[in-house]
Design a protein. Structure first.
Length: 203
């Protein structure tokens, strides 16, 4: 991620969303919600997990190190050079990032259920909104990063919950004594099958 600005952590099509909002837009309120369990009918809820990692690693650390702590000229130059080569000269602009760099932080408020909560399908587990009307575009700009970082840990945690329920059910049917540590017996070899080290850490 060297020489990558944190503002490149999004889908390419979102780079131009700022100009598409209706004139006068000031605040945007969004949520993170598991919309369906059609591929996971064994459960009617999702284990909330990974939100603290998203906030601390990306919304604070990565944005600080790769944007706010850089000299403004360098931070904006890094963004502009890469985006202009992707979408054409000055089609996105940089004034919005210059203004945000001057502010010095992400002006957002995130509200979330506690880690480990069982959240029913179609119930929001996280909401996000901008706190400064100049940066209304930021809320949904961050949605791609949220989806990318949160999907894996929540899916893994929810899957493990299903596995544990099945393990306990079968342990009861096959005569396991209550003193047996079933958690210890659930050895995890999944790291070797992940897409990379961070995926393994998150999962």
């Amino acid at each position: 991620m060297k020489n990558l600005t944190a503002f490149e952590f999004t889908d390419g099509y979102k780079l131009g969303h700022r100009q598409q909002y209706p004139e006068g837009t000031e605040f945007v309120y969004s949520n993170w919600t598991a919309r369906s369990n059609s591929y996971f009918p064994e459960t009617d809820c999702v284990v909330v997990f990974g939100i603290q990692y998203l906030l601390k690693e990306y919304f604070i650390k990565q944005f600080d190190e790769q944007f706010f702590m850089l000299p403004k000229e360098l931070a904006v130059h890094n963004f502009k050079r890469r985006i202009d080569s992707f979408l054409g000269e000055n089609n996105v602009g940089t004034s919005h990032l210059e203004e945000l760099h001057d502010l010095g932080y992400l002006p957002i408020i995130v509200k979330a259920l506690p880690e480990g909560t069982l959240c029913p399908i179609r119930v929001p587990m996280l909401t996000i909104m901008n706190t400064d009307k100049r940066f209304f575009w930021l809320t949904n700009y961050l949605e791609t990063l949220m989806s990318c970082v949160l999907w894996l840990p929540m899916t893994s945690a929810t899957t493990v919950r299903c596995y544990m329920k099945e393990l306990k059910r079968h342990a009861g049917k096959t005569g396991f004594d209550s003193s047996v540590d079933l958690g210890f017996l659930c050895h995890d070899f999944s790291m070797r099958g992940m897409a990379g080290l961070e995926s393994a850490i998150m999962s």
